[in-house]
Design a protein around this ligand. Structure first.
Ligand code: MRU
Length: 346
């Protein structure tokens, strides 16, 4: 397979390499990922994370395995296993549908390589299109609040919500970004802060619990988040804590924008209640671990609820900024998300 290089994944010497997002920002460590078991483990432990990136790495690995001569029946099993790696981000299922169609072809090895590379290329374009549409919604001198990580680490391109922020900053429209640390796994504190630092975009890191106070002080002009799945009524699953921000933004009269590619849309899910929400290990809440070591602060036997995502109802969303354009609440209410924006039918 031809070499490829993005912020968080590479194809080098016919191998898939992923930037270990657990180790950021302390270390930039690249892991060669040669097997389905390795990639599933990377995805479940969030070394690879972010809705678009999960689907893209799974597609690239399948392309590499096909090129190495893996039998068609084994590729089918590999695809099925990868598809189950995480349940909420529908990009994975949509990408696997495209790879399954390539696997059905007579020239499946070449077709899977081509399809995987095309998905990566498409994602780059989707990010740019989202940023192009979203930048017009950013008012001059904005103080923007974002949650989790939606940047180059989570996609093949410049990111979704963070891509909009990046374009707006390049046009001088961003005074600063408020970065929610994003408990429990700190994708904001570790990853978004790192990306914004690398890009030279001014930011201040906050604990998730500080957003309400900032909004009350009038120092947040808009909230920008990504999505893991957009249901047919416009409800959005995204990193846990997103719903709280939407409620707060609504109360304070602050615009709340969701930026995502059409590969995040799932017309087969009628509403947010039907989106499968991943439940994660208790240890992520009872303590913290990383390349610095680990520490537990809660009693060992503490019972924990740890959903990775929550659902923001469509009624709290000011606009959905997709690669296909801006969806207004009126368009969502008229059923635009019921019609299916995705090319792939799962
Ligand atoms: O658990 P994660 O880190 O994979 O969650 C990621 C998010 O919730 C992102 O906001 C979403 O996947 C969009 S990334 C462009």
């Amino acid at each position: 397979m031809q070499n490829l290089n993005t912020t968080s994944m590479q194809i080098r010497d016919n191998r898939l390499w992923i930037l270990d997002q657990q180790k950021l920002p302390q270390e930039q460590s690249w892991c060669a990922t040669d097997t389905v078991a390795d990639l599933v483990d990377h995805i479940r432990t969030l070394r690879v994370r972010g809705a678009p990136l999960i689907g893209l790495t799974a597609s690239l690995l399948l392309g590499l395995l096909a090129e190495q001569g893996m039998r068609r029946d084994l590729l089918r099993t590999a695809l099925a296993v990868l598809r189950e790696a995480r349940p909420t981000a529908v990009n994975l299922m949509n990408n696997m549908a495209r790879m399954a169609a390539a696997l059905d072809r007579d020239d499946y090895a070449a077709a899977m390589v081509t399809q995987a590379l095309q998905l990566v290329e498409e994602d780059r374009g989707l990010c740019l299109a989202i940023a192009g549409h979203g930048v017009g919604l950013v008012t001059p001198d904005s103080r923007l609040l974002t949650h989790c990580n939606t940047g180059g680490l989570a996609t093949a391109g410049i990111g979704t919500a963070l891509g909009v922020i990046r374009h707006a900053a390049a046009l001088g429209k961003v005074r600063q970004v408020w970065v929610d640390e994003t408990r429990p796994l700190l994708q904001g504190g570790r990853l978004t802060a790192w990306e914004l630092g690398e890009l030279g975009i001014p930011y201040q890191l906050i604990c998730d619990a500080m957003a309400a106070g900032l909004m009350a002080r009038g120092v947040v002009d808009a909230v920008w988040v990504g999505a893991d799945r957009i249901a047919a009524n416009g409800d959005v699953a995204n990193k846990i804590g997103t719903y709280s921000l939407a409620v707060l933004a609504h109360y304070h009269g602050i615009p709340f924008y969701v930026a995502a590619p059409h590969t995040t849309h799932d017309p087969h899910c009628p509403n947010g209640e039907s989106i499968p929400i991943e439940q994660r290990p208790a240890e992520e809440v009872t303590g913290v671990s990383g390349s610095f070591g680990s520490c537990r602060w809660a009693p060992e036997q503490a019972k924990v609820d740890n959903p990775a995502f929550d659902v923001t109802p469509a009624a709290l969303i000011s606009a959905w900024v997709l690669d296909t354009g801006i969806i207004t609440p009126a368009m969502a209410a008229a059923g635009v998300f019921r019609q299916g924006l995705t090319a792939a039918d799962r």
